[in-house]
Ligand binder design. Structure first.
Ligand code: AMP
Ligand code: GLY
Length: 431
């Protein structure tokens, strides 16, 4: 099959790397791709938010299957456009992608199907939202969580520690800080616990567990400082024991699929559950309707099964006919190397060397914001490289990843030095 992959991040490099290992993958194209993806796929410059342009390209190249990496084209209805053109694709339709595209939609579904999640209320105007905030905080105290309803690239969430802070966040949403995404606001109860992620590949009716992971969203050591897209991740997440995984599948994932099916929007693609492991059990923080970035950079290296077969079965509704996905039992850990200044502003087009040395040392290097110019590798984005290592424990995988990082020579780059710390502390404590 000739396959088109949509996206340009580290997630898509990991997907491209895995897709080309499939017996079913003939030619792989990637739109728009990056310098690392160009080593394994033919990169094409297409506007991935222009559904018509993507469909035209697929017709011209006789593409047999499309894999969508990021959320924006999903919420923009790319899979619907491909469906209408008779081109099979991996990923949810626009209606099913509401699980990521609208927090209020997901909250209503959880309420209807008794899926554990933080108590919530939704508002389309500031005065009512603030009345609710004051009332809730007078009973439950701080903190409280304020969220813009729509897609806000991870920036639309404020954990407010005072009524003033909460009201400011409400105003910011309605004043357009997140554009359209803030036209509705969700006010949530604050959940306490450790965060972890679970992935399930779904075909509309059936959900198959597709690995667990933990990421580090904050830019600074010890999970401090501003939020980023993710500075590193590891898989599996030891905190998600088999018992907890079973509980999440039964109480959260399966009822979600049933609910989406009943609403006439069967969910196909990968469902990424962001969970809070509270004292009362796992609770859903949010859904994403695509792979995580950088979680994908630790999931793909561990996957032993044929990715194209699984994705095709997801699109065609035949997951039940496949055996459970097989995984390397070792831990994979990835460290993001970002441009100095990220998640704020940063210099572009600085020169990177040593990627091959890191690979020779045994690490996998997935590119995010890179391009080639005059034989040199240039950093063109905030998150630039992902260096993935393997080990028998999170500690060993961390060492392998940082050994790879040490080989890379890039003055304008930085990493966190503590990716995996929570799990490693637990390993050291013997638990
Ligand atoms: P979200 O975009 O919904 O995943 O939220 C981003 C981050 O905000 C999450 O990864 C959590 O760290 C935090 N968060 C969101 N909702 C809650 C909640 N109800 N309780 C505690 N923390 C939350
Ligand atoms: N790493 C978080 C995300 O992909 O949303």
């Amino acid at each position: 099959m000739d396959i088109l992959l949509i996206g340009s991040g580290g997630r898509e490099h990991a997907l491209a790397w895995k897709l080309t290992q499939s017996l079913h993958c003939d030619e792989l194209y990637c739109a728009p791709g990056n310098a690392g993806i160009a080593d394994v796929a033919a990169c094409v410059s297409l506007d991935i938010m222009d559904n018509g342009a993507v469909v035209d390209f697929c017709r011209e190249k006789e593409i047999d299957f499309v894999v969508v990496g990021p959320e924006q084209p999903l919420v923009n209805g790319l899979v619907d456009a491909l469906d209408a053109a008779g081109i099979p694709a991996f990923g949810p339709t626009q209606a099913a992608a509401q699980l990521e595209g609208s927090k209020a939609f997901t909250k209503e579904l959880c309420a209807q199907y008794d899926i554990p999640t933080a108590a919530f209320a939704r508002f389309n105007n500031a005065p009512k939202a603030k009345m609710h905030v004051r009332q809730q905080m007078s009973v439950g105290g701080a903190p409280i969580v304020i969220k813009a309803d729509g897609l806000a690239a991870g920036k639309g969430v404020v954990v407010a520690h005072s009524v003033e802070e909460a009201c400011e966040a409400v105003d910011a949403c309605f004043e357009g800080a997140f554009g359209e995404a803030g036209a509705e606001v969700v006010v949530e109860e604050f959940l306490e616990g450790e965060e972890a992620s679970l992935f399930a590949i779904c075909d509309g009716q059936t959900a198959m567990l597709f690995g667990t992971a933990q990421d580090h969203k904050r830019v600074g050591e010890g999970d401090t400082g501003p939020n980023t897209g993710g500075m590193g991740a590891y898989s599996p997440a030891p905190v998600l024991t088999q018992e907890l995984i079973d509980e999440v599948m039964t109480e959260i994932i399966v009822p979600t699929l049933a609910g989406m099916h009943a609403r006439g929007h069967p969910f196909r693609g990968v469902l990424y559950a962001g969970l809070m492991l509270t004292a009362e059990g796992p609770s859903l923080i949010e859904y994403n309707t695509r792979f995580g970035d950088p979680e994908c950079q630790v999931l793909m290296p561990r996957l032993k099964s044929d990715l194209v077969e699984l994705m095709l079965a997801s699109a065609q509704g035949s997951l039940l006919e496949l055996p459970e996905a097989e995984w390397d039992t070792r831990t994979a850990l990835t460290v993001v190397i970002a441009s100095r200044g990220y998640p704020g502003s940063y210099e572009k087009n600085t020169v990177i060397a040593g990627v091959e040395d890191a690979e020779k040392a045994g690490a996998l290097v997935f590119h995010a914001g890179t391009s080639h110019k005059d034989g040199k590798l240039l950093a063109t984005g905030g998150r630039v490289l992902n260096v993935t290592g393997f080990g028998g424990s999170v500690g060993e995988a961390q060492k392998a990843a940082y050994d790879g990082v040490a080989k890379i020579r890039w003055e304008n780059g930085f990493t966190r030095s503590d990716i995996g710390w929570r799990a490693i502390e637990r390993e050291k404590a013997g638990g």
